[in-house]
Design a protein around this ligand. Sequence first.
Ligand code: 5SP
Length: 222
Amino acid sequence: MADLAVSLLSADFSCLEKQLQELKEADVKWLHIDVMDGNFVPSISFGFPIVKTLRKAFSGVFDVHLMIQEPIRYIKEFAESGSDMITIHLEACEDVEATLRWIRECGCKAGLAVNPHTPIEEVYPYLHLTDMVLAMTVQPGFGGQKYIHSVTKKVETLHKYLNENGFDSVLIEVDGGICLETALEAADAGSDILVSGSSVFKGNIGQNVHDLLEAMNHSEKV
Ligand SMILES: O=C(CO)[C@@H](O)[C@H](O)COP(=O)(O)O
């Protein structure tokens, strides 16, 4: 059964404590924290001091998505700030293997992300060092974009490959454009974790979380 990770990027930071409380009441277990450096992606979001502060207000899984060039430089700081899963981009690392190893040495689970147009086969050499593969379903950098349907096929291919090659413990996450219309497609393809931001924070948070989980739970995936 697929689960939801809520992307903080679309939260209202003027009332963040209240919104985090609403997420807790809706039984949200994963908080997706998008870190952007203005280099790997055009935007700048937040860094490890924010992650550290958030840790005091939310006890669930901190799913930290580093959209930064050469993330190996900052893994230790993000780990010490309370991250559980640290996901780096294959496209952003000179040495993907060393970066994944370092994440695990720092005590976190290691995630490996790929952009929508990167072939999914490029993650295969790193699966033995990876706890989760993140298939971006939008171009990284901004919330509120439309789901890129061609990525669904990549998720299906990855799901099959993981199952046939003894990597069934590796999670698949998708991120971007997840809403009531796309959640089922992503879950049916084999995604374990669906990241959603704007569809959660627009309107009633509790209701949105409930509706998104419902949409995923009708998945035909076994
Ligand atoms: O990493 C990103 C964008 O770069 C995502 O996490 C988005 O923030 C998801 O937002 P929605 O597409 O659900 O609005």
